[in-house]
Design a protein. Structure first.
Length: 182
């Protein structure tokens, strides 16, 4: 099945610096594997965002980004992943990153974003994440985690927004226990 058969018009625009191949996940409604090859930086992040927005608008809200062929991601690229997460979460979706190369993962860690994303070792684990569905939110709280900015240990008793007691950064935690800035 071609990309355009999965998401109408997906390949209408191309960028040689980033190739995206789509694959539906059988048995999980709205789940899509996006295999990335190349890099994501300031110059091609708009292209990347438009392609993914097209997939989300087509009803794919459970996104698995296969990052094994992704050899570089700038802070702008990480911002793209954050915006995807913000667009699918309110629709009941989520995203998972798999097989991230160590040099790319370092950028996620340096910018404090590695704990915001579901990161799995392989496709089977990522698909399993979506097959299991969301866990009971009450089982996740209270949740103890480190502030992504200052590393202060914090405790959230329920989903919502709050401020770090140490650095005063505004944080949000969703029903799945994921922490976000702002």
């Amino acid at each position: 099945m071609t990309n355009n058969e999965i998401v109408h018009g997906f390949d209408d625009e191309k960028d040689e610096s980033l190739k995206i191949n789509l694959q539906k996940v059988d048995g999980i409604e709205g789940c899509l594997i996006l295999s990335l090859v190349g890099y994501i930086d300031t110059y091609n992040s708009h292209y990347f965002q438009k392609r993914i927005a097209r997939a989300v608008d087509s009803g794919f809200i459970k996104l698995i980004f296969h990052c094994g062929g992704l050899n570089y991601v700038s802070s702008t690229g990480i911002g793209s992943f954050t915006s995807f997460l913000k667009s699918v979460k309110p629709r009941g979706g989520d995203l998972v990153l798999v097989e991230i190369q160590s040099k790319v993962y370092e950028v996620f860690q340096l910018l404090g974003f590695s704990q915001f994303f579901n990161i799995k070792d392989n496709l089977d684990d990522a698909i399993g994440f979506f097959r299991r569905g969301s866990a009971d939110p009450t089982a996740l709280f209270p949740k103890i985690f480190a502030c992504p900015i200052c590393s202060k240990k914090l405790k959230a008793v329920k989903a919502g927004r709050f401020r770090c007691s140490e650095c005063k950064t505004i944080l949000a935690i969703d029903n799945a226990g994921q922490v976000f800035l702002g």
